[in-house]
Design a binder for this molecule. Structure first.
Ligand code: ATR
Length: 287
């Protein structure tokens, strides 16, 4: 539908931003719910982020998503932070109030958990120890989400051990650092294995990742936060071994829900046709 002068505005700030799927996703929802609003890509150079951040407020935007490389700068600039943004140490969603104050939220943990909660494949995945591979920014959101969901223990393995130790210090005793490559004994009773390393994208030495699979119990669920390729080499190998798998696209779709609701006033749903439309943008099918 066309915009009126009263249209609500939001967007995504990134550098680069051209690859972002968010404008398409929010655009599909705006059409679906017949909302007088727009969500636009905002290519913002890191040197001009603070300026752009204040510009959004001056322009009357309802808010924005923030993506690479701006998540930490956004964290520092917000007037208020939600508890989960504080815990994760980064911001991916800005909500601008009528008073012009900016609240920084982080919806990545929410997206990760909702993706599993809404997938029948994932039944029981939170009811035992989880193995998280990788200790970067994405891992921090995943660990926060798992602990908030009541997972009793998170075993954290990362090539650079110091990074997993830092996360364990931040999150406390339910997080246990394990070696990389992961000792098989640390996999024995795992209910959920999550790859948050960029090895999902392909390239790099995949062996330490793939070596986890034979040590997992048959009923363990395996997931990856990378969604392009939709079925990563890790998921492909897990599926070949008979594991239930959940791909990472749902995390992207679900993390967008809280922002859309805050800016446009309607709680959007992740439906099969929305997922199919985004998959087709990625050049993927759901097979
Ligand atoms: P993100 O915010 O997406 O998590 P990041 O902070 O750059 O990105 O983290 C990337 C993760 O992938 C890290 O856990 C990184 O391990 P290191 O901390 O040792 O760098 C992991 N990673 C990247 N390339 C890897 C490789 N070839 N082998 C193992 N781990 C790798």
């Amino acid at each position: 539908m066309g915009l009126t002068g009263a249209a609500r505005l939001a967007g995504v700030m990134g550098w680069p931003v051209a690859h972002s799927l968010s404008p398409r996703l929010h655009g599909l929802w705006l059409d679906r719910y017949g909302i007088d609003g727009a969500y636009v890509p905002l290519a913002v150079h890191p040197d001009r982020f603070a300026e752009a951040f204040r510009g959004l407020v001056a322009l009357g935007f309802r808010g924005a998503n923030v993506t690479i490389p701006h998540k930490e700068q956004a964290f520092a600039l917000c007037d208020r932070l939600t508890g989960r943004a504080r815990a994760i140490g980064a911001v991916n969603t800005l909500v601008i109030g009528e008073d012009g104050l900016v609240t920084g939220d982080n919806t990545d943990a929410f997206g990760f958990i909702e993706n599993l909660r809404t997938d029948a494949q994932a039944t029981g995945a939170f009811e035992g120890p989880a193995l998280v591979l990788g200790a970067g920014g994405a891992s921090r959101a995943v660990v926060h989400g798992l602990l908030a969901e009541g997972v009793p223990e998170v075993r954290l393995a990362n090539r650079t051990r110091a990074r997993s130790e830092t996360l364990a210090e931040v999150f406390g005793q339910c997080v246990r650092v394990v070696d990389w490559p992961v000792p098989h004994a640390a996999c024995a009773d795992v209910r959920l294995a999550v790859n948050t390393t960029s090895l999902g994208l392909g390239g790099g030495d995949m062996a330490p990742l793939l070596d986890v699979l034979p040590a997992l119990p048959a009923e363990a669920l395996v997931t990856d936060i990378v969604y392009k390729p939709r079925i990563t080499p890790f998921l492909l190998a897990a599926r070949a071994r008979g594991h239930r798998i959940v791909d990472g696209l749902g995390m992207l779709l679900h993390q967008a829900r809280p922002g859309f609701e805050a800016w446009f006033g309607t709680a959007p749903e992740v439906t099969a046709d929305i997922r199919a439309a985004i998959l087709s943008d990625l050049g993927e099918t759901s097979a």
